[in-house]
Write a new protein. Structure first.
Length: 380
């Protein structure tokens, strides 16, 4: 089928499900900690200063945080379960290329980084109607991640889709706007005060993830927390002029919006708390809101101090709509399932155990490429 995806709820026909093959570690360095600083927990893992007194490390020296093989094995079991469940719902499932075990590092003129598999495929791509937009990455280890989706994107291109790549950042330390992180500094977290200089410094650059967006037909809600995000939205405004409208919400969160705000169907939002409402565009505030109960920490696996947790317990809000009446939900969240059923939804429970270790729920792990909906005006 031809690429067509304008919203988050219309009947889902085709989707990309990510791959976790050869996911061995997280690489702690400035770009990783800039994105995940709110949630890093565990012994000796507090952000951001890798050169903190007594660490024995330099500020520009990455640190690998290994992921235990049993978690990776269980992750891949759960991903296959997600893909198979979608197929039973008559959804065509596409998969990216797997990372070869020999592919361990990427290099640019400015830096090198470990390779991350294309697991959270929502992050580095924004599908708007008949256009694939590869977004400028925010984490160095994911710089070439969309390359693993090339066969999928190329086939949609052959069928008539537009295929655009936003400008790639040089991504030196000076490229990052640390204002959001520094504003959120806590007692046990040091501010970013001394980024390392590079001959490739050009100042702040656009960096932005597709998961910062909520798609509502011709209207796109975009979370903006830094100058990097602002620059990317400026580019989107100009590129999409006359076709889509970008509505910026400021500092709703540090980056991704889909564990804070999900549109289940026209007129109905799933939100983390009512605190979100005042930050939304005025016409969106009139929609009905479902606020889930506080997450039960007993629904998550227990981890060791050396296991790096990178998401909040609200990650299970990260649901995937199959159609306006059907939602895929983590089977570990019975309270959320009952709440959605009480609002008339058919809930499809699926197992996903280690979402806090791998940074994504069902919405993150998937990229919907074909839905039946069109370019409706929901906020005009």
């Amino acid at each position: 089928m031809r690429l067509n995806s304008f919203d988050e709820w219309s009947p889902l026909k085709e989707v990309v499900v990510g791959s976790g093959v050869n996911y061995t570690s997280h690489e702690r360095e400035l770009s990783f900690d800039m994105v995940f600083h709110d949630h890093l927990t565990g012994l000796d893992w507090y952000y951001p200063r890798l050169d903190a007194p007594g660490s024995g490390r330099g500020a520009d020296e990455p640190v690998r945080s290994p992921i235990k093989q049993r978690y990776v094995d269980e992750l891949n079991e759960d991903i296959e379960g997600i893909a198979e469940t979608l197929k039973t719902l008559s959804v065509t499932v596409h998969r990216p290329l797997d990372v070869n075990e020999a592919t361990t590092e990427i290099r640019t003129p400015a830096w090198s980084a470990a390779v991350v598999p294309p697991l959270n495929v929502r992050d580095n791509t924004l599908i708007l109607g008949d256009e694939i937009i590869e977004t400028p990455p925010m984490i160095r280890s994911r710089y070439f991640e969309t390359q693993f989706l090339t066969p999928v994107f190329a086939e949609y291109f052959r069928q008539g889709a537009r295929w655009t790549v936003m400008p790639r950042p040089l991504m030196t330390d000076a490229s990052f706007d640390p204002s959001y992180v520094n504003r959120e500094v806590r007692d046990n977290v040091e501010p970013i005060t001394d980024p390392q200089s590079s001959p490739y410094d050009v100042g702040h650059e656009m960096m932005f993830d597709g998961a910062q967006c909520l798609r509502l037909g011709r209207d796109v809600i975009a979370n903006v927390a830094t100058r990097n995000h602002e620059l990317a939205c400026d580019w989107l405004d100009r590129h999409l002029e006359g076709r889509f409208r970008i509505h910026r919400v400021h500092r709703l969160t540090d980056s991704h919006i889909d564990s804070w705000l999900i549109a289940l169907r026209p007129g109905l939002l799933l939100i983390r708390s009512m605190d979100v409402v005042d930050m939304l565009p005025e016409k969106l505030r009139s929609w009905d809101m479902i606020v889930p109960p506080e997450p039960d920490l007993k629904s998550f696996p227990e981890y060791d101090n050396d296991d790096l947790i990178i998401t909040s317990p609200f990650i299970d809000l990260n649901v995937l709509s199959i159609d306006p009446q059907t939602v895929m939900v983590n089977e570990a969240g019975p309270e959320l399932m009952r709440l959605l059923e009480g609002h008339g939804f058919t809930v499809v429970p699926v197992r996903h155990r280690h979402r806090r270790l791998f940074g994504g729920g069902f919405h993150c792990f998937t990229l919907d490429t074909v839905r039946e909906g069109g370019a409706e005006d929901y906020l005009s």
